[in-house]
Write a protein that binds this ligand. Sequence first.
Ligand code: ADP
Length: 296
Amino acid sequence: VHVIPLKSGDNGAFPWRALLVLADETASKRAERMRGDFLANASHELRTPLASLAGFIETLKGHAREDIEARDKFLNIMQDQTERMGRLINDLLSLGRVEMDEHVPPSGDTDLSGMTQDTIDSLTPLAKSKGITIDFEGDAEARVVGDRDQLFEIAQNLIENAIKYSNPNTRIVCDVHANVGREEIDRLTNSLGREAGRLTITSPALTGGRRYAILRVRDAGSGIERRHLPRLTERFYRVDGQKSGPKEGTGLGLAIVKHIISRHRGGFFVESRPGEGTVFSVCIPSQKARPSSGDF
Ligand code: ADP
């Protein structure tokens, strides 16, 4: 609410002394508050490993210098903290980039199946180190309208999470289905049965008979309680009990994935059963079928 006093002379023929302006600032105030929260969170997340590094440097300069065992232990912790800061900075830069071009429509032509198999190949050594296998099922080719690097980032984040939150010696299954419509999407994103928690995070535009390719990443990991599902894509949100779990998470991966999917006008779904596992599904608009030579 603004009250603007009017000088005599401003009000001409009208007898008013002041102007009362009522403006709905809810949206802009909310955006401002979110920016403030984001900066506070980002600085806190970066300051924590930095403070720990400063502490260990002090200790190493002091009494731990002579104690080789303690020195090696501290150096290992310092290496972990440095790597954590690197991951945070990379994820923050990635989030900035995807936010910046969220309103620019993608134009590439990418095979979601081939891209997913490449992602699996690049993450297989990480999975193997936990005794986890990643299998690919589904269609041989699924051409979508999409930026290959960004689609790679989606698959990488989802498969990395599946590895992070899976128990050792379990199996992750990725599958891709080409050219699906509304009914198949409904069926494919309701794969864990009625008891499972399920949420449509971003809904695809299913108008005008639009066709999609869908990628699902299924793990047999810790699962996520229903009440956490709506908050998973909030920046820095991590499920409580898992904070002390895998230390490598930043809480930014799913926020990045959601932005990329919105840019591609796609859909994003999660289903989970605590203690049994989770399925994240992403659908991206298919390329229009090319006319075959017989159509001319
Ligand atoms: P992080 O870097 O912490 O993994 P994300 O944004 O990728 O951040 O995920 C947010 C949170 O969602 C994670 O911290 C974890 O609690 C939960 N989560 C994500 N993927 C899975 C999964 N496949 N299984 C169980 N929990 C998951």
